[in-house]
Each structure stands twice: as C-alpha cells, then as structure tokens.
Write a protein that binds this ligand. Structure first.
Ligand SMILES: [Zn+2]
Length: 650
C-alpha cells in the first residue's frame, strides 16, 4: 500500500467488522440482589478477584457514530520495504479518543524525550487517516501501538463472542491497559500486571554498526514500531485476562504456552494485510510453508540483534524431522519450547491450505497440479492470497476459542490439543476439510499428545462430560441471566457475583465436589496436607458463530483450589493449585469438565521436580521453607531468552 493510500483501501479485518457492526449495548439491566443470592460465599466457597473487579467496558457505539477510524501503521516494521506492503491503513473500531490516545480499553502513556501525545481527534489528523508513518514522529508511535492493540482485541472479541476483561483492575472503575511506547532503553518489551493496573512496556535501543536489514546503523530501533511485538505483547495481556493462573509458571509448559500463543496470534495477524499476503504468496508460490515474510516474526528486531533474519519463525528448519516435544525436559527455555507448539499449529494450517487450494492449482495448470517456473498469473496469486487470509482468520479463531476450554491452572500442550479439538467440535461437528485431523497429525508428529490418551482419535481427545448425570445449575440458564443488553457484554459486577455464588453452592453440594475434581480436607489422597475452599475465579458467556452461521451459546467458569504442601524431606513447601473449567450449556447443564485435581500424586511429584529444575528456578525462589513465585513472569521469561543466545528478547 502506498504511504498516502486512499482510505477506501483500508484493511477491515473480519473481526473488526463484526465488532463495529454489533448493535449498541442498550440499557443495562440492573441486578437487584435478593436475599440468599450470595449465600455460602466465604464459607463454602470463595469468589476470586476476576469476579470482584469491575468488568472492562468497551465503548458502546452511539447512533450516528462512524463504524471505523482508519489509521496508518507499519504492517511489518519500519525496515520492511514499501513494496512488501510495509505501510497499510487499517480500520479500527470507532471510539472517541482523548489525546494519548486514550480510549475505553487502552491508554497510551507518552514518556521521556518523546513526550508528545497523539491527538487523533484533531481534524487535520482525522482527515489524513491519522499521523503519517515515520520512525521519527513519536505521535505516530502512539497511534501505531493503539491501532494494533485495538485490532487484536477485536479478533479476540469476535472469536469468543464477548467483551474481554483484563487480568488487573479494581471493583470501582473499569480497567484500562496502559501502553508505554518508550519505556526504557532496553532490548525488551513485556506485559506487567501489578494487580490494580497493567501495562505493556516497549523498549528501544540503538541498532548495531552493521545491521543485516535496512535499519540505519546506530539509529534507534523502537520495539513499539514492530507489528509483531505489539501483537505478541497485547496477546500476553489478553490471555492473562482469560486465564489469570497461567501467569504462575507451575510447570514447564505454562510460560512456554504463553509465549507460543502470543506468537501464534502475531503470525496469523500477518494474513490480514492483503498486500503482505500477496507479496508472500508471489514469493513462495503455493508453498506457504516456506513463506518467510508471512511466517517469520519480528524481522527488524532479529536483524538488529545479530540473528540475520526474523527473531523467530514458524518454519521448521528440517520439515522431514520436526522438532520433538519432551514433556519432561526441565531445561528448555520457554520460547524454544513454545516454538514446537507454534510449528505444530502452522503445519496443520499449511496442510488444510493445500487441501483447499489443490483444485484451484489443478485448474490453473491444466490438470497437472504442477506450477510452471516463473511468475504465477496475477489472478491465481490473488485467489491463493484470499484463501490464505480466510483460512488464517479461521485458525486464529480456533486457537483463541480453545482458551475457554483450557484447564484453569497448569496447562500442558496435551491439554491445549484437547481444548482445540473440543472447542472446534462444538461449533463445527462435521469438519468436512478435516481441520481437526490436520491438527492431531501435526501435534502427533511432534510427540504432543495428552499424557493419559488412550488413542489419538478425535472422540478420544474430546473433553469428557460428567460421569453421572447432573441436574442443571439453578439460576444459570440463559432465561435467568442478566446482560448489559447483549450477551457479549459482561453484566454488572454484582450480577456476575450472583452467578458465581449460584455455581459455588452447586459444586459444593454433597457428592458433586468430587465430580468437579475438588477435594475436602481429610481426604486420604492429601496425605495430611490441608486444602482451601473452592474459589470461583471467573464466569463468562461465550457466543460462537459456526461457518454456516449457527450460533452456540455457553457459559464458561473457572474454579480453583489451593493445597498447602508443607516442607518435608522431599524439599521446600509450596502452594499447589488445582481445580476445573466448567462449560455450561444455555440451559444451565454441565457439558464439559476439565479437571486438574490437587489430589493427583503424579502431578504433585512433577511439580516438585519442576520447582527444583533450571527452568523452574528462573521463576521461583525459596523463602523460609517455601517456594514463592518471583513477580513479573513475562519480563523474566523474556530476559531469559536474552540470556540464552544473542541479545534478543520479547
Ligand atoms: Zn512473550
């Protein structure tokens, strides 16, 4: 796209279109608490911070508001060539903005020498589609981090069918994620969660004397101008809002999963820029698995930190011998471990892309299916680019939806495979292009499968329904739930607490405890350890649209429990989290249970080994006679990456 591309060519991702065109929120339905609504809270069960916080409040479109705000961004980074589609105009869901820009969900904080807020409501700026892309104009830096973050948020909102909340905040005001584009001179960027507030800190640094790309030797490289780094960091923040306990690295896969998931979102997002996809397809022809422009990550960062190429890539070095996952490897660095999961998902993506384009290639080659040497016809490039973009958007949605089906604590790659399969099966039961088969094969080729899987067939990988029939949860069917006009919008904090208490009373009743993977004090499996009451951590609606337009409504809840493991001959003590994710249908019936019991002896032993291992000691310290987590998991894993090779992180 040319620098002054007319606004008519602005990219509107499908997710942004869905977000912007949803109806206004309408009047809130105030919940008036009745006696008994909160019965049991604090005695039988507790209610977590995620429920006590004021839900995030995206701007509700008013009558007459525009749908979008077109803004220019770097689709890759400032060092990418103009002909590679390096500058694009994207349509961001409209909201009024204060200088910063500061909107309902994100607030850009200008700091240091570059203290110039971007005023995106200035008529001169508005008419030009935002500030002109320039590494030397800090106002453009602010515009870019805002625009990319808002677009990624829209992708999550569309995939999950609800507004997302942050993993920080308080009970009084809706939280806003702070974006600090010029935080410090360091080769790092990271998300921080301080409990009441959360921020993304972007570093900057001088390029070396001989960068291997078009960067100016000695000139400043800003991580806030890398599309991939922004997308990666805001994904950490969004995932933290969805699964707060994933910020506690309780096993070798937890931090690695965070890194892998952030990379997956960043790479799939490349496919939403048509110019970039066209160039990528033209170069790789139909071999998408070799498309470095599309599958590489953070090119300028890699080139200016001694990598001579993208910092990371989804391309396997040796496709015939893919990297192998070893669940018990306790030395592996989080990003290196994460790259195995990233390449598994992209292998599945490329497999389905081949299936879906085979016929087009045959038609274009007179039946041979073999492209002649030289440039592909433009129409064919265009057709392949469209199909790649659509498929990438579907895969991104599949990856995001699966988070709702993950356990609340201690995720493993095997869990994520089961979550992917179950979440997709729920919306697309027939799967004519066998997306799920492609995912299972790609994971299996890398030795990723659930530890206790009896087979790798689709039905064996689906999460289980309750072992015995359970009655519907009273007061949690959709007829009784209250929303802010639309199930996409979180109800008031009080209404969510009412719902959480209804679930809390239900799971603590009699024998149901065990069905939900929960344990009571005195249980012989605890070997004398004490365990806290269940905590209802979150309760959210999910509205998913399938490929045929069918809509599926569900409620997703996380319940956790903490076992106090004392110091003993086997080592220091620690808090050992368990619990379950509950998926409820719109009628209040329990559909799936994803349990991680605190009574599992095997998991306890593995946890002990992890805490004492090189990978674990990065995040945990012994204080007194107990392991305590160090604060700032994301910064720590990014710094560990820096220490493990050339000076590179994020
Ligand atoms: Zn990261």
């Amino acid at each position: 796209m040319a620098q002054d591309a007319p606004l008519a060519t602005a990219t509107t991702t499908a997710a942004v279109a869905a977000t912007s065109q949803s109806r206004d929120g309408g009047a809130a339905a105030p919940a008036s608490a009745a006696a008994g609504d909160f019965f049991g809270e604090g005695v039988l069960f507790t209610v977590g911070q995620g429920i006590r916080r004021m839900p995030a409040a995206p701007y509700q479109r008013q009558k007459g508001d525009p749908l979008y705000r077109p803004l220019r961004i770097y689709t890759v980074d400032p060092a990418a060539a103009r002909l590679d589609g390096a500058i694009g105009t994207i349509n961001v869901p409209y909201e009024p903005l204060k200088p910063g820009p500061v909107g309902a969900l994100f607030g850009v904080v200008a700091t240091g020498a570059a203290h110039r807020s971007a005023d995106l409501e200035d008529p001169h700026v508005l008419i030009a589609g935002g500030y002109r892309p320039s590494p030397s104009d800090p106002r453009f830096h602010h515009q870019m981090v805002y625009a990319v973050c808002a677009n990624i948020y829209a992708a999550f909102r569309t995939a999950l069918g609800r507004s997302l909340s942050w993993g920080f905040g308080d009970a009084l005001t809706p939280a806003r994620l702070l974006l600090k584009p010029h935080f410090a001179e360091e080769k790092n960027a990271y998300y921080t969660n301080e409990g009441a507030s959360g921020a993304i800190c972007f570093g900057y640094y001088p390029a070396p004397d001989k960068p291997t790309d078009r960067s100016l030797p000695g000139g400043y490289v800003f991580t806030c101008l890398s599309h991939d780094i922004i997308a990666h960091e805001v994904t950490h923040a969004l995932l933290d809002g969805l699964r707060a306990r994933f910020a506690i690295p309780s096993g070798p896969d937890v931090a690695a999963f965070h890194e892998a998931f952030a990379d997956l979102v960043a790479i799939f997002q490349h496919f939403s820029y048509r110019e970039v996809v066209m160039v990528g397809i033209r170069r790789c022809r139909d071999a998408l698995d070799k498309a470095e422009l599309l599958l590489g990550l953070a090119r300028q960062f890699g080139h200016t930190t001694g990598q001579k190429g993208p910092l990371r890539t989804a391309i396997e070095a040796d496709p015939a011998h893919p990297q192998q996952y070893d669940e018990d490897d306790l030395r592996q660095e989080a990003h290196a471990r994460g790259s195995i999961l990233v390449s598994a998902v992209f292998t599945a993506f490329v497999t389905v892309f081949r299936r879906k384009t085979e016929r087009v290639i045959r038609l274009a080659t007179g039946g041979s299916g073999i492209l002649p040497p030289g440039e592909m016809p433009h129409d064919l490039q265009s057709e392949l680019a469209d199909r790649a973009s659509r498929l990438a958007s579907q895969f991104l949605t599949i990856c995001i939806r699966a988070i709702d089906y993950c356990p609340p604590v201690g995720i493993t790659y095997g869990d994520y495979l089961q979550a992917l399969i179950t979440a997709d099966f729920d919306v697309v039961p027939d799967d004519p292009w066998d997306y799920r088969g492609a995912l299972i094969d790609a994971f299996w080729q890398r030795n990723i499968y659930p530890r206790f899987a009896t087979s790798l067939s689709e039905d064996a990988l689906l999460w289980k329904e309750p072992t015995r029939p359970l009655p519907p949860v009273p007061r949690l069917d959709f007829a009784e739930l209250r929303f802010q006009g639309d199930p996409a919008n979180a109800a008031s904090a009080e209404e969510v607490r009412r719902q959480a208490c209804a679930l809390g009373r239900y799971v603590t009743e009699g024998e149901r405890f065990a069905e939900f993977g929960l344990v009571r004090n005195g249980d012989a499996r605890l070997q004398g350890d004490s365990v806290g009451p269940p905590c209802i951590e979150s309760l959210r609606t999910a509205r998913r649209a399938g490929p045929d337009g069918q809509i599926v409504f569900d409620l997703v809840a996380e319940i956790t429990q903490v076992r106090q493991v004392p110091a003993c001959g086997a080592g220091p003590g620690f808090d050992y989290h368990g619990g379950c994710t509950v998926i409820l249908g719109p009628d209040g019936r329990v559909r799936y249970l994803v349990t991680k019991s605190v009574a599992g002896h095997d998991r306890l032993q593995r946890r002990r080994e992890f805490l004492a291992s090189p990978a674990g000691s990065l995040y945990w310290r012994v204080q007194g006679d107990r392991y305590q987590p160090l604060s700032g998991m994301f910064r720590l894993s990014h710094l560990a990456r820096a220490g493990s090779g050339p000076q590179t992180a994020f």
